[in-house]
Design a protein around this ligand. Sequence first.
Ligand SMILES: Cc1cc2nc3c(=O)[nH]c(=O)nc-3n(C[C@H](O)[C@H](O)[C@H](O)COP(=O)(O)O)c2cc1C
Length: 144
Amino acid sequence: MAESNLIQLIYASSAWQLLTEDEIMAILEVSRRKNAERNITGILLYKDGNFLQVLEGDEEAVTSLYRTIERDQRHKGLILLAKRKIAEREFPDWSMGFVNLDTIDPASVPGYNNILNEPFSSTAFAQRPSLATKFIEVFRRNVR
Ligand SMILES: Cc1cc2nc3c(=O)[nH]c(=O)nc-3n(C[C@H](O)[C@H](O)[C@H](O)COP(=O)(O)O)c2cc1C
């Protein structure tokens, strides 16, 4: 059934310092629990101390979560890249998917190995030209 008031919010940020795998896992553990309670889904990418996150869900829930995340002292310099109404979720099965681009074996990300490997202009990518996947691609290529 279609959800009303569904939005997708995408932002990028920088960790204050490089985070250990354990520190990232701690963020994820809390995120997955709280997002599941609020029916929020999405994906978190990490590369060289930078984050890119996609949050999807009810407008109020996502906006309120973003306010909490903005205040989180583990990162800074948040840039809101997109906030838009969507008809369907792009990451319906992930309370918060995670891709560590520093250590990733692309084969370990079901469904996303193509996006992570294909160039922006490739046919495979063009078939899924959503805003989120574009940002994921831009992030993968440009964040150092
Ligand atoms: C990069 C980053 C992404 C985060 N993503 C989420 C998230 O998706 N969901 C969530 O509940 N908390 C997320 N958090 C953690 C929140 O900022 C906050 O610490 C957590 O929700 C607990 O909030 P509370 O102490 O007010 O309950 C994230 C934090 C960081 C640094």
